[in-house]
Design a protein around this ligand. Structure first.
Ligand SMILES: [Zn+2]
Length: 299
């Protein structure tokens, strides 16, 4: 009993020490103090254009999500290479190919990404209705209606939406954090994570998960603010959702729904050079702000 209590105390101190020394957060100032003294640098950003190949994603009236996400992703990569010169920019696909979700996270983890940005377009599901399309002649000359189910597109969705991983898939995410240990820039981290049943390991992994979650939400907030305040876009906000592609990346990750492809106005915007450039510039400004905060360089 005594031994157990003592162990618990040691683990508690250890977790507390790690939290304080590496990534303590002050309320209302979630990121600024985070890297104090650690010399943390954002070295690699991973851009993930959603869908591709045999997976078209959502449809608009003249375009497919996979092409829009690729166009925005490539523009974003180019802009980042130009504006964030010392950052390595990785893209999970640069042509119309299908990349499995776990592969995308794997690419991000293998390249030791510091930020993972998944680009998507939103759409609302069509409603299905049974309508009378014809009449057959029944017995005694009675008219018998012929029904057909038709889909009625719902074009009412509009605006951006920022998603960060929720808590449901924590097991997968902890695994990703564990595998991605080298990006944690924690010298003796491997000592902690070598034994997965060790409660200390769980505490360290949980602390990192909390850190990534806070960073993801903060980055998503910054991007959202750029979309709404600079571009005047409508926003559906920053939401937490358990998404496979985000759950498996052991780093701050945001999925950007850039607009509704089945809303004709937004489809035009998403396919236009101006629209895509506006989206890219907003993401770049937010990333620069985030980077300033985590690297604590002067604005
Ligand atoms: Zn999508």
């Amino acid at each position: 009993m005594k031994n157990k209590a003592f162990k618990r105390l040691i683990y508690g101190f250890l977790a507390l020490f790690i939290c304080i020394s590496n990534f303590s957060f002050r309320i209302g100032d979630p990121v600024k103090r985070d890297s104090t003294g650690t010399g943390f640098k954002i070295k690699t950003i991973v851009i993930d254009p959603g869908h591709g190949g045999h997976d078209p994603g959502a449809y608009g009236s003249f375009s497919m999500e996979k092409n829009v996400t690729l166009a925005i992703g490539l523009k974003l990569q180019k802009a980042m290479q130009k504006e964030l010169k010392d950052v390595n920019v990785i893209i999970t696909r640069d042509n119309d190919q299908f990349v499995e979700l776990h592969k995308r996270a794997e690419i991000a983890n293998k390249n030791k990404g510091n930020i993972f940005l998944s680009i998507h377009c939103n759409s609302l599901a069509s409603a299905h209705e049974r309508v009378i399309v014809d009449y057959n002649k029944g017995r005694h000359g009675k008219k018998v209606p012929v029904y057909k189910t038709v889909s009625i597109p719902n074009r009412s969705g509009k605006g951006v939406l920022l998603l960060v991983y929720g808590f449901k898939r924590t097991g997968e995410q902890l695994e990703a954090i564990r595998e991605n240990a080298s990006i944690l820039q924690e010298k003796n981290y491997k000592d902690y994570y070598s034994d997965s049943d060790d409660p200390t390991t769980a505490m360290v992994l949980n602390a990192y998960r909390d850190k990534y979650r806070k960073h993801s939400i903060h980055l998503a907030d910054l991007i959202n603010t750029e979309f709404t305040e600079t571009d005047g876009r409508y926003s559906n906000g920053v939401k937490e959702q358990s998404l496979h592609v985000l759950a498996n990346s052991g780093m701050p990750a945001v999925l950007i729904e850039t607009g509704f492809i089945n809303n004709s106005q937004e489809e035009e915007y998403l396919n236009s050079d101006e629209g895509q450039t506006e989206i890219v510039n907003s993401i770049i400004r937010a990333i620069k702000q985030y980077r300033r905060e985590v690297e604590q360089t002067a604005p």
